[in-house]
Design a protein around this ligand. Structure first.
Ligand code: ZN
Length: 126
């Protein structure tokens, strides 16, 4: 079954194309994102990829005013934990939403942030 496991590399390739993909455990039904090796609930490794709609709402957020070393030009920016409609949560960078509009329960939609070869998870207005 290992051939069917969604790798992190493939996850980001899909994300780059605008498709958010989770994995569902074939044993207990746990949904996970981003992909991991073993199911955190039942410890099985029996995942099947599941396309996700990309819509969700903010659970919590932080405005980063001092960026990590080497990323200073990008600050300030906001990162948020977003609970997707499918019930899984994912950390992403907020784009195109003013900081003072950010609040818990704000609806957002997945949007890839592509910088050269890098793809990051982002969320913009719903
Ligand atoms: Zn499981």
């Amino acid at each position: 079954m290992a051939d069917h496991v969604l790798t992190l590399k493939h996850f980001f390739e899909e994300a780059r194309a605008g498709r958010l993909t989770g994995i569902r455990c074939g044993k207990c039904g746990e949904l996970a994102i981003p992909p991991k090796e073993f199911c955190p609930t039942c410890q099985e490794r029996n995942w099947a990829p599941v396309p996700l709609g990309g819509a969700g709402s903010i659970t919590s957020f932080t405005v980063i005013r001092v960026a990590p070393r080497g990323r200073g030009a990008e600050a300030p920016y906001a990162v948020a934990v977003v609970r997707l409609d499918e019930g899984v949560s994912l950390l992403g960078r907020i784009v195109d939403i003013p900081f003072d509009s950010l609040r818990a329960d704000l609806p957002v939609r997945f949007r890839p942030i592509v910088t050269g070869e890098q793809t990051a998870i982002g969320f913009g207005p719903a």
